[in-house]
Design a protein. Structure first.
Length: 165
């Protein structure tokens, strides 16, 4: 393992560039993997979120994915058309989201063939935890700077387990 004192200083602009490259690289691999199942990466993400939390709302999905409400609403509308998701209006206008049998089947296939785990397997457990901590810290700061921290804050979840400074 490389010691901290062996790492050279990195200018902030280079860090931003590295974050962008990492995001693009991971995104492209995941996009390729989910496209084999006839869905987009955004659709796959929404399917995973719905599967993981049956009480999830469109607002929750917007906060987690850091997307505008109309973007997620349009995405879900297309997913309903493609028989991936069911939208049910309950009492007092509460909307429930669920995967269709086809959506569940596709998600199951994607989960068993998930290659994205390999992307972080080069990091040991401590490095993965550190990376999560630092990425969360940068994301939180960016949302704060953008004036959207409260709007996109996600209480609990994995972020709730990472200590604040």
């Amino acid at each position: 393992m490389i010691k901290d004192n062996q790492l050279p200083p990195v200018p902030a602009s280079d860090l931003i560039f590295l974050l962008f490259r990492a995001r693009q690289s991971v995104y492209r691999i995941q996009e390729r993997d989910v496209s084999r199942h006839g869905v987009t990466l955004e659709q796959a993400t929404v399917m995973e979120l719905i599967h993981g939390n049956r009480d999830i709302s469109i607002g929750d999905i917007c906060r987690i994915m850091i997307r505008e409400h109309h973007t997620i609403t349009s995405l879900i509308r297309r997913m309903v058309k493609n028989d991936l998701v069911i939208v049910t209006k309950g009492s007092r206008g509460k909307i429930s989201l669920a995967l269709t049998p086809q959506g569940s089947s596709i998600l199951g296939q994607m989960t068993t063939e998930d290659d994205s785990v390999k992307l972080v397997s080069t990091l040991d457990d401590v490095e993965q935890r550190r990376l999560a901590y630092y990425l969360l810290k940068v994301t939180k700061n960016a949302l704060k700077e953008f004036g959207k921290l409260e709007e996109y804050n996600i209480p609990g979840g994995f972020a709730g387990n990472i200590p604040e400074e």
